[in-house]
Design a protein around this ligand. Sequence first.
Ligand code: ADP
Ligand code: ZN
Ligand code: ZN
Length: 816
Amino acid sequence: MQYFIDVIIPIPLKKLFTYSITPSESQFLSEGMRVAVPFGKSKIYTGIVFKIHNEAPTAYEAKDIHQILDETPIVNQKQLQLWQWISNYYMCTLGDVMRAALPSAFILESETVITKNKKAIDESDLKDDEFLVYEALHHQSLLKIHDISNILDKKNVLPIIKRLIEKEAITVEEEVYEKYKPKLVRYVKLHANFSSETALQKLLDDLSRAPKQRDVVMTLFSVSAKTKKPVKVSDLSQESEASTAIIKTLIDKGILEEYHIQTDRVQYSGDDNEATKNLNTYQKSALSEIKKSFENHAVTLLHGVTSSGKTEVYVKLIEEALNNGKQALYLLPEIALTTQLVTRLQNYFGEQVAVFHSKYSSQERVEVWNHVLQNSAKAKIVLGARSSVFLPFDNLGLIVVDEEHEQSFKQFDPAPRYHARDTAVVLGHMHGAQVLLGSATPSLESYFNAQQDKYGFVELMQRYNDVLMPDIELVDIKDKLKKKRMKGHFSDRLLEEMTETLKAGHQIILFQNRRGFSPIIECKTCGHSPQCPNCDVSLTYHQYRNQLRCHYCGYHAAMLQDCMACGSQDLDNKGFGTEQIEEEVKLLFPDNKVARMDLDTTRGKYGYEKIITALEQQEIDILVGTQMLTKGLDFRNVKLVGIMNADNMLNFPDFRAHERSFQLMLQVAGRAGRTEERGKVLIQTYNPHHNILQQVSTNNYVEMFKEQMNDRYNYKYPPVFKQIKITLKHKDYNRVDAASIWFAKSLRQVFTEHVLGPESPPIARIRNQFHKNILVKIPKQQSLAKTKEAIIKINNSFFSIKDFRSVKVILNVDNF
Ligand code: ADP
Ligand code: ZN
Ligand code: ZN
């Protein structure tokens, strides 16, 4: 008999915990169900049953579970399998994966939990330990007292919690049981007392003196006769033009009866579906090549230039998967998940499209989860960001990963540090599903995989309607400066083109990959520039708020009047961000409407959407923005794109900087001229002969690929070598220094080659924690699994050293 279960608990624990169950419980329990389990002295956690078996643990006495929380599993076997893969591959615990995978509303609590207050607070008011708790709440929506003890490594944390409440940083929720509350809609019907003809007649006679109420009753009849469906209070009120107060009176009198039906929060107005578009010849042949490729490659890369109509090709594949009775997953970077695309798919597939992303509430996510779990008609297609790979698919036929090159598919913090594209490939394999990766600028690793014939490969090189690729011109700003042809950050060429574009009634996008006004404020007298007190980085000046802000920890202070070091009032701005560009544009083009799109202007659920809509509606003439602008947007009227400065992208200290710059610039360029007229792109740079810029201006992906791959071979970088980054953090520099030296030395005893570091990263201190990085490079012939095993072993011995126990170690597999 099987009377033991291994349970995953959503806190970072080293292993699974084994509990015992009674024979009667075992009848009702299966893997993937939630159970409430005791933990430690008095805690209760929600766990997921990972395995039911008959082996008692040897190291401890198994406790009995508290309660079974589900009647049927909420997590299926394939998911548990995927969780295990993620935990092994990305070197994290199953608890980490569970926390990322499950909507938090699924996690029941039986003890006090705290959550972050909605209202923003001044973080600089917080003491160290308070800050740690507050910061943890950025990663985890709620914490239990017990977690806080763990974070702070302290028993008595109540005083700290009390202080945080007083500072309005957190709120306390008590005795939260099922946190997910289905949204109920109010309906009304005529009370059963009036179901007979005579009773009804009498009622209407009685109501003749209350014509409004009589009206409501009559309307109820006509509406339900017409729709043959339950009648919502809100509809009745609208139809009869009666206030809800009148309806309430009727309910109170016992004439109408009120009842509730659970509905889904996420609803679409389901108009009739449109037929999918007829593909042009290029799209057709791409589609048939993709299908052919799927015959011997489960994963296929589609390299299709911007505006070639990739989405329509995806749509055909989705249609086919659905016709075969399968589910389809359409993965996109968070930011590209716009109403634009959602509407486009809903026009084709109506209610079968479910949307899943981080700006959704936990409740909304639970609804999508349940639809997918039940293989419901409402979630045949999931359109989602990174975390939708965690949904309980059971019959997946197709996964599309659009903009597959996007870095935001990788989660950097917290664990699991997974890459959604690579996870999707594994997920697809588990379901025997087809996986299509699509991009106009594929990542080097996917293109490499295609070259190695690991992935299939299909190209789509014609823009839809034969619109020409934009004309890309490089502007040498060094030369322009010398000839005094710059106005602020604008060259005469850019100004000319802008003026002309506006005159023709078209729109402009200006790209600058830095937000704020200027990243460095420097004293002209003594050279001092204000630094973040918590991080080793200069503070960025945000003119709009007249503040200096740290982009790493959120620290902010009022802008200085004079130098903190010498008192001089002669302060200089170095570098420039979107705010400064926006301001210059407003002065240069005072008659045009200018807007800005960056992290600062797009907070909130619909912040991003609003700007996009305004651009679509042509309420904006010139839009200044960061890379948010690049993501798969389709604007008909944008004819000119200006890249303000290509150099700071190219010079970014990262082995992928060149690849990324190429992708970013071509993607932004792709926003120009998506209809008949040819678009124009101007790239301002100090270095117009840079190979990447030449490759961008000729749209030469293949040459970029070859040249970058050469570097990757020579310097042993991915995709040629695999890579695991180990980051150590501590607030005491000496400790993290010693710890990282020990760690690297131990690694070198196992791997004689290819261990780099420890090194301080360019920003050596963030949030008061000093960082050290060690990089382990793994050649093809070296086993990845064995390498990880060795690292885990070293990591375990590391934590047995007393001095190192407080050092935080972060393992990041494929850290790029
Ligand atoms: P991509 O995803 O490759 O950048 P899109 O799929 O967004 O390109 O297509 C670009 C534009 O062309 C869109 O406005 C789309 O509606 C239109 N389009 C693409 N294919 C077709 C087609 N077969 N019929 C009609 N319009 C199409
Ligand atoms: Zn000074
Ligand atoms: Zn900082």
